[in-house]
Write a protein that binds this ligand. Structure first.
Ligand code: NAD
Ligand code: WQD
Length: 333
């Protein structure tokens, strides 16, 4: 198939491009490089041994999208492009709704105009807010606590309405838990600009010596060691889940809403230990107060991914840390 990957130069998108190409698909990437480097495209090609068509443009540029759909016979779209920093979304809500929600509407309108109705959308476990119970299954109540999360839930709601109005749309809403790690080649991975918001890139920079100490946000949660627990998933497992979701849409085009997680939770201090082992470096840390808006524990129910996609995450915490460290210590150092 010929797949349009919006945000395909980004962290998750680049790994998905590799797995699509390795599965024999063709890929057109649309990315404005607001949070990615142009050289990622060459590295995707190097890993996969296949060529990528790259269009540098903003998702909201309707004329470019129209031209893109006219020039390439696109069969399906995987939509990653957007903004993802929770704190920034609280400070700049209009920018978040503009890029994420308006940008998605322009994309869906141009897809419809071109007769392309097969779509995988990057949603997030953030749509569950502070869950009533764990593991979280897909029928759990949806509620969000910040504009980023609200933008994800709005796009999910828009797509549910689109499918209702026109059942010939074939849509998968994939709710990612906490993607981490990097490609085992060491050629692609996460490269946050400025101070990392997320735990693993921060730990990796402490291990490298770029930052002195990790701040652990709270050790008074009701968890194994008092620190927050999350369902960290290797980005390559996540990418393979997208290939499976594409296959699912081919054999059954009905609306799919599915968690992509491992079903296990790891604490901050467990992650610190695992990274210290993988890197052979100490990770000095201080305990700070809780980060506002954080929840204690979050992990996925994985039954639906198993039955609907025939997919399970296979890579564990040690491999996530080893691959993140290879990327940090070789490519980013
Ligand atoms: P990322 O920032 O690495 O990738 C997003 C890509 O979109 C970047 O390459 C960026 O340059 C591009 N982009 C941003 N605005 C654009 C625009 N207006 N037009 C065209 N391109 C634009 O982020 P990621 O971690 O790879 O996340 C990909 C998707 O997955 C996002 O939609 C994100 O909300 C979602 N998601 C991410 C996580 C996570 O923890 N990383 C978790 C759940 C969901
Ligand atoms: C994980 C744990 C922190 C940094 C966020 C978004 C979510 C999703 C994934 C996109 C928590 C602790 C962190 C640090 C720490 N993104 N921590 N020190 O908060 O689960 O999810 O990214 O959809 O929407 O909210 O991930 O990596 O920020 O935090 O102690 O410097 O690590 O308190 O317990 P989170 P995270």
């Amino acid at each position: 198939m010929n797949i349009l990957v919006t945000g395909g130069a980004g962290y998750i998108g680049s790994h998905v491009c590799v797995e699509l190409l390795r599965s024999g698909h063709q890929v057109v990437v649309l990315d404005d490089l607001s949070n990615a480097e142009a050289s990622v495209i060459g590295r995707i090609e190097q890993i996969s041994g296949a060529a990528v068509v790259f269009v540098e443009a903003d998702l909201r540029d309707r004329a470019v999208l129209r031209q893109l759909f006219a020039a390439h016979a696109i069969d399906a779209v995987i939509h990653f492009a957007g903004l993802k920093a929770v704190g920034e979304s609280v400070a700049e809500p209009l920018r978040y709704y503009d890029v994420n929600v308006y940008g998605s509407i322009v994309l869906f309108e141009e897809m419809a105009a071109a007769g392309v109705k097969q779509l995988i959308f990057s949603s997030s476990a953030t749509v569950y807010g502070d869950p009533d119970q764990v593991p979280i299954d897909e029928s759990a109540p949806l509620r969000t606590t910040n504009p980023y999360g609200a933008s994800k839930l709005m796009i999910e709601n828009i797509l549910r309405d689109v499918v209702k109005a026109d059942p010939s749309w074939q849509v998968a809403l994939l709710r990612y838990f906490n993607p981490v790690g990097a490609h085992e080649s060491g050629l692609i991975g996460e490269n946050p600009r400025g101070i990392p918001n997320n735990l693993l890139p921060f730990i990796a920079q402490v291990a490298e010596g770029r930052r002195a100490r990790l701040a652990v946000f709270g050790n008074d949660y009701p968890t194994v060691d008092g620190t927050g627990m999350r369902d960290y998933i290797h980005v390559v497992d996540l990418a393979l889940g997208h290939v499976k979701a594409l296959e699912r849409l081919q054999r059954d085009g009905s609306l799919l809403t599915c968690n992509l997680g491992t079903g296990a939770a790891t604490s901050v201090l467990q992650m610190v230990d695992a990274f210290a082992r993988a890197s052979g470096r100490p990770i000095p840390y201080d305990i700070l107060p809780r980060r506002p808006g954080d929840i204690a524990v979050c992990y996925a129910a994985t039954t639906l991914a198993d039955t609907e996609l025939g997919w399970k995450a296979e890579r564990g915490i040690d491999q996530m840390c080893a691959d993140a460290w290879r990327w940090q210590s070789s490519f980013l150092a």
